[in-house]
Design a protein around this ligand. Structure first.
Ligand SMILES: Nc1ncnc2c1ncn2[C@@H]1O[C@H](COP(=O)(O)OP(=O)(O)OP(=O)(O)O)[C@@H](O)[C@H]1O
Length: 219
């Protein structure tokens, strides 16, 4: 579904952040992406989300070489990807419920068909009593859970999550992991970037480890 071949990435004139990175993300797969701070995890996720272009090598997404994808096609391609950024990117003037419902509204889905799904998912992530709150009054961990619910609500083909449990306690982290596993079981390929060894130990999943610009894959 996704294929990187000898991908290199460099910011400006700096040394390469990623060098000769090759891997595939198969359909319905589950993998952790890990490595020391500054190793390039976020950069790799940005390549996967097509918000960065590689400086070398080739990337194919859903059978298309991304070098041939035109700017106006990107939003349509990205609708197939759910993404949780480290800075959440919630819309501050919309309630928690509206932020999560947004991807469904954008796709023209009928509100009556998804209202209870949005509420149920927000309940599951412990925000059942915050449906009408605006993001600026939420804690970091609460915002993170809204961003996760928004990424999951429309069952994307791929989920990219950057440190999705970075702001929550271990109990909630386990709950969120269960949510990712459930989504994966229903067909979504999942990539979770994390430093959290405790989280990774809970699942026998493939590990993609970035170190010194190189990627090693285990499992
Ligand atoms: N926009 C940018 N311009 C220049 N350098 C950048 C940019 N974004 C990231 N970098 C550099 O690229 C390297 C990798 O950064 P990246 O954020 O991908 O690492 P990371 O593994 O996600 O780190 P962390 O675990 O701390 O979030 C770092 O040295 C960083 O300073």
């Amino acid at each position: 579904m996704i294929k990187f071949e000898n991908v290199g990435l460099r910011y400006g004139m700096e040394t390469e952040v990623l060098r000769d990175v090759s891997f595939e993300i198969p359909e319905r797969s589950f993998q952790f992406l890990t490595g020391p701070s500054g190793a390039g995890k976020t950069s790799l996720l940005r390549l996967l989300f097509m918000s960065l272009r590689p400086t070398r090598g080739s990337i194919s997404m859903f059978g298309r070489d991304i070098a041939t994808i035109e700017r106006h096609e990107l939003p349509i391609m990205r609708r197939r990807i759910g993404v949780v950024f480290q800075d959440f990117r919630l819309l501050d003037h919309m309630t928690t419920y509206e932020n999560v419902a947004l991807p469904l509204r954008v796709r023209g889905k009928d509100e009556s068909g998804f209202r209870s799904d949005v509420s149920d998912l927000l309940n599951w992530v412990g925000l059942g009593d915050k449906l009408h709150a605006l993001p600026p009054v939420l804690s970091g961990g609460e915002k993170q859970r809204v961003a996760i619910a928004r990424a999951l609500i429309d069952q994307p083909e791929v989920l990219l999550a950057d440190e999705p449990t970075g702001n929550v306690d271990p109990h909630m982290a386990r709950r969120l992991l269960r949510l990712f596993l459930e989504l994966n079981r229903s067909g979504t390929a999942v990539v979770v970037a994390t430093h959290d060894l405790g989280l990774m130990e809970q699942v026998d999943a493939r590990r993609m480890i970035l170190n010194n610009s190189h990627l090693d894959i285990y499992g």
